[in-house]
Ligand binder design. Sequence first.
Ligand SMILES: NC(=O)c1ccc[n+]([C@@H]2O[C@H](COP(=O)([O-])OP(=O)(O)OC[C@H]3O[C@@H](n4cnc5c(N)ncnc54)[C@H](O)[C@@H]3O)[C@@H](O)[C@H]2O)c1
Length: 470
Amino acid sequence: MKICCIGAGYVGGPTMAMIAKQCPDIPVHVVDLNQARIDAWNSEELPIYEPGLHEVVKEARGRNLTFSTQVDAAIEDSDMVFISVNTPTKTYGIGAGRAANLEFVEKCARQIARSSSGHKIVVEKSTLPVRTAQAVKRILSSEAKDLTFDVLSNPEFLAEGTAIDDLLDPDRVLIGGESQRAIDALSEIYARWIPRERILTTNLWSSELSKLTANAFLAQRVSSINAISALCEATGADVDEVARAIGTDSRIGPKFLKSSIGFGGSCFQKDILNLVYLCEHFGLPEVAAYWEQVVTMNDHQKQRFSERIVKTMFNTVSDKKIGVWGFAFKKDTNDTRESAAIYICRDLLRERARLTIYDPRVSEKQIRSDLTYACTDANGQISASDQEMIANNVTIARDGYEATSEAHAIAVLTEWNEFKELDFERVYQSMLRPAFLFDGRNLLDHDRLESIGFEVHAIGKSSQRRRAED
Ligand SMILES: NC(=O)c1ccc[n+]([C@@H]2O[C@H](COP(=O)([O-])OP(=O)(O)OC[C@H]3O[C@@H](n4cnc5c(N)ncnc54)[C@H](O)[C@@H]3O)[C@@H](O)[C@H]2O)c1
């Protein structure tokens, strides 16, 4: 058995590194069109930050794990080909803003057809709309002459930030397919380290739909608790207390009940919108509207947070320095795709704030590029004033202290552990008064911060009411 994976991203890289680690006798070749990304996978500076990933890559790289741009050769040489390319939301034409852009998946299928002979097992690892496997099969059978194949759906459930633990000890592995032989071949690989009872098999369409459904349910929990956070701020209830109280109900459970500035990442929004598009396509407008509301609530939560900052700071942040802690969409990753921080920073910049941003893992180039993208309209244009604002009013700091020195306020936008360890007396002494702190992750010890002198505003906590009552 030889494996190849097309797409060396946040999924392809870690997943294949784990398979190579657990199956030293199976050659695993990860390929990508992006030379810079492949060079990084072959270096000491991996393109992805993920706790524990470096060790796994180091163990297998050069033994049975290879990274290259030799896509055709890798496909030709493999028995099993994983497709792990990006499937972003379409930005043009039919289904723009909702449907998944399947251009990259289709290109992979055509490339597999061109570069293959004999028998191949083609595995959909990317998250795909239901019935994509049908399209993959049609392309493979119409383009390939000397090829027989099986198509499997094997969606990935890892979460960034905990990818290695998730891959080592997953709740389940899902394999959808029609050919028992192909299902068995893939199951055998996972069974090297995952108990058999956790390897679930379904038909192709259930497997494709289960991935979209899992992400929709997870995102729905975040939007549900965030909706309640708005009510907590208005009433004096505390969202963390409500979450604890409902989470102890075993029917609800405690996970994914942390209120915040909203979910981010490359998957939740795009997968829900994809689900919405599918529902509309299949003539189910009420079902589509139901799921779309999860995204609407998420957008509202981000907007509510930046508006609260402006309102609290005497209705203006113009020319005020706001120190921003965190830009990644969550802790322990360098991924900023759909990070709530991007939109909150953009909105504050448009209120003419001066932002000094610090994130332990995100580069200055990435931050500026994300803010530029967020200010770009549907025609790909960015106004001169937005461009100027990003150039002049955004500074990147080297640590949390530099970000907040001489600042009017702090905005905590990512829950990095290192922010909890800062010397808050020192931070407070370096700031202007009143020293506002907006905790968008409910990460810090608010009572302690208030005893130092900070004016703390947190998600789902009515600080003003509490202050008025004191
Ligand atoms: N990121 C996550 O946490 C996560 C989790 C589960 C599932 N997924 C799904 O996995 C898929 C991949 O996500 P990702 O985050 O790894 O994306 P990514 O953008 O990090 O990586 C995709 C890679 O595919 C490469 N690529 C695109 N077309 C190619 C082609 N024709 N030939 C060779 N390489 C090509 C790109 O250059 C890129 O490096 C998506 O469908 C996503 O929804 C992602």
